[in-house]
Design a protein around this ligand. Structure first.
Ligand code: IVH
Length: 682
């Protein structure tokens, strides 16, 4: 019966998922090793949960969905927490937050929204610090929430953790009295997160690599690996830090926000950006703000923790499972997910390069539905070992094209198919040649339609002629209608050619022609770049333009002449030379130059900011960070990512980060955005 077969397949999948998840959980929680990211593991758990929800008879007590936490590893003394270290419920969507808030309100008996405390959710390692009579007695990891590991010796090496509690700043008189009493005679537990700076993370990984040792997958991993070193000297060498977020014990505090003040008064670092919010709109705004600045924070955060601020209300809400009802982890969208490879196709680029692309079962990654991922080249396919039908981890970083991070081979069912690169061009069926360095295969037919199309896309793109309103769809339509065969043909288009095309209104035809005509005069460097010559990007095009100053001179150059241009080596010189000598390209240029006039404007690089080192922090209103950097470079200034004595200026935008404080400490001159813009214009 077909039904039975389907059921067996589902049971099979469930079993494989369980095994895989358990394997990764063990690596992560017990051995501090991580082979796949949290987001990828979450994605697998999610699939398992959905299958189990639909088929409850498949749930077993050992399923990863049925337990929270992990076993502590041998090697460190195990310690029982005085109060369990709970976890938080994860949510990702605004709608889930509204649901949580409504649930809380209802449980609190209707009425108005309780005051909320919103702080960063640090992506480090949870730590419990027990102080007796004000002296650090014990530091323990979270472990499974009930029993953790005693890592006191290592924690003592972290300078952000006070060995003795002192009151650095007076809290309110009511608190001061009780707090002083507890510090004299009593115990207090402080919880927080061990963190490692992103820069320190990179430095250590570089060293690991040089020594031929394994690199750490992420800062959390490194922090965990460091405090679980049996030799405290190693932990000490790693510049770990600690940020406190919870005070367990009664010193008269009534609110979670007050606890943060007390932690600060006691000399702990805590989230300096934490704030009170009184409705969901404020929480959403706070979340958007941090998400924007996330990469500049210097340490990893993976979302916000939102807590009912008033402790009595928080306690009253109680605990559901392992998480308090009065708090949630409002996480940022994960930038990885798991999905399956439905097929692998091959795309042909403008230089003939054949790029294998995986067609995926569409999956939502951080709010964007991803249906394809680049596989780069044959070497990458071999490195990953990916087959059609595989379950894979797909990652997406900012605007970068999604790519496959890993194949989950444990989930194979035997029906996966290996992929072979084609022996001829998949589009024109022409000959393929492998590059001399052996990585890329290319279609060598210059008339291949895929190559022509891609060349036209590139020609009109922002890097090239930047013709507005001429996107890939329109180009494809013009190309298919045989109205254009190369970019030169664009300049011969008439309005009447366009209007018969589907959905092309008269008005837009007129606009498009106007946009094309407007670009007939073009800067030499841009013209060179638009040709799409292999190895010639913006910088090389600029170098060529300032050396030859006219296209005619460039065309007459020999390989040797080209090789003498600064920054141009033999490979690039040969590539340019052979492109210009090619008969097909010569025809194209002849056609193109009938319409386009090239001008050369000498750009004398100003030396105004030469020798000056800039560090940018915070958000600028008038220009993006990249634009600001470009402007500094244009004036021969230098940019550095960190503040040191060598820094000339720190440019501080809105909501600057720790770099500003550091600059003040070192006495580095600080420029407001206004000062900075003035300096650029002066
Ligand atoms: S409050 C009642 N606040 O997130 C739960 N946790 O699932 C107490 N974390 O591993 C946690 N930053 O170590 C809280 N500002 C923050 C946090 C935070 C990171 C971690 C915590 C735990 C996990 C909670």
């Amino acid at each position: 019966m077909a039904n039975k077969k389907v059921k067996k397949e589902i049971a099979d999948r469930v079993n494989r998922l369980k095994k895989t998840i358990n394997h990764h959980r063990y690596l992560y929680h017990v051995l501090d090793k991580q082979e796949i990211s949290d987001a990828a593991l979450d994605s697998l758990k999610h699939e398992l949960k959905l299958l189990e929800d639909a088929h409850p008879d498949l749930i077993t007590s050992d399923s990863p969905t049925q337990r929270v936490g992990g076993e502590p590893a041998a090697g460190f003394k195990k310690v029982r927490h005085v109060m369990p270290m709970l976890s938080l419920e994860d949510i990702f969507e605004e709608s889930e937050f509204i649901d949580w808030l409504q649930r809380v309100q209802k449980l609190l008996g209707g009425g108005k929204i309780p005051t909320l405390f919103v702080e960063n959710k640090f992506d480090g390692l949870a730590l419990s610090l027990v102080y007796r009579n004000g002296i650090l007695e014990r530091a323990a990891t979270r472990g499974n929430g009930l029993v953790g590991e005693d890592i006191t010796q290592n924690a003592r090496t972290i300078e952000a953790i006070p060995l003795k509690l002192e009151i650095h700043k007076d809290p309110s008189p009511r608190i001061l009295k009780k707090l002083s009493a507890v510090l004299r005679d009593g115990s207090l537990e402080i919880r927080g997160e061990i963190l490692i700076d992103q820069k320190e993370f990179k430095r250590i990984n570089r060293e690991q690599e040089e020594r031929g040792e394994a690199v750490y997958a992420n800062p959390r991993n490194l922090a965990a690996g460091s405090v679980r070193q049996l030799n405290p000297k190693i932990a000490a060498s790693r510049k770990l830090t600690f940020s406190a977020y919870d005070l367990v014990g009664d010193v008269g505090q009534k609110r979670h926000s007050e606890e943060h003040e007390i932690l600060f008064a006691l000399g702990f670092k805590s989230d300096s950006e934490a704030k009170i919010c009184v409705n969901e709109a404020q929480v959403f705004e706070a979340r958007k703000n941090v998400e924007k600045r996330r990469e500049y924070l210097g340490y990893g955060i993976d979302g916000l923790v939102v807590t009912v601020d008033e402790n009595l209300l928080f306690e009253g809400l109680g605990v559901a499972g392992k998480a308090p009802r009065g708090a949630v982890a409002f996480k940022f969208p994960p930038l990885e997910a798991t999905t399956t490879v439905k097929d692998i196709i091959v795309q042909v680029g403008r230089t003939g390069a054949l790029t294998p692309v995986a067609l995926l079962q569409p999956v939502n990654i951080g709010g964007v539905v991803v249906g394809r991922a680049t596989l780069h080249n044959e070497d990458e396919i071999n490195r990953l070992g990916v087959k059609i039908g595989d379950t894979v981890i797909v990652g997406r970083a900012g605007d970068v094209i999604p790519d496959i991070k890993k194949v989950l081979t444990d989930l194979r069912n035997g029906r996966e198919r290996a992929f072979r690169m084609p022996k001829s061009c998949p589009v024109c069926k022409g000959e393929i040649k492998k590059d001399k360095d052996g990585v890329m295969r290319r279609c060598i037919n210059k008339k291949c339609s895929a190559r022509s199309l891609r060349s036209i896309y590139y020609f009109v793109s922002r890097q090239g002629f930047d013709i507005k309103g001429l996107g890939p769809k329109i180009i494809k339509a013009l190309f298919d209608a045989r109205l254009i065969q190369d970019a030169a043909d664009l300049f011969e288009l008439k309005e009447g050619d366009l209007t018969p095309l589907e959905r092309f209104a008269e008005k837009s035809a007129e606009n498009l022609i106007r946009a094309i005509v407007a670009k007939k005069e073009v800067e030499l460097a841009i013209f060179i770049q638009s040709l799409g010559i292999l190895h010639v990007g913006a910088e090389t095009a600029e170098d060529l333009a300032s050396r030859f100053q006219s296209f005619e001179k460039l065309r007459e150059a020999t390989v040797e002449d080209l090789g003498r241009v600064p920054n141009i080596g033999t490979v690039v010189a040969k590539s340019i030379f052979s492109w210009l000598q090619d008969a097909h390209n010569k025809d194209f240029l002849r056609k193109l130059l009938r319409h386009v006039s090239i001008k050369y404007k000498k750009v004398e690089r100003s030396k105004k900011l030469s020798g000056k080192v800039f560090v940018l922090t915070g958000t600028l209103a008038a220009l993006s960070r990249d634009e600001a950097k470009k402007r500094i470079r244009e004036l021969s200034g230098d940019i550095s990512e960190s503040v040191s004595r060598k820094t000339t200026f720190v440019v501080a935008g809105e909501e600057p980060g720790s770099k500003l404080a550091h600059a003040k400490e070192l006495g580095v001159q600080i420029l407001s955005e206004k000062d900075f813009l003035k300096l650029l214009l002066k």
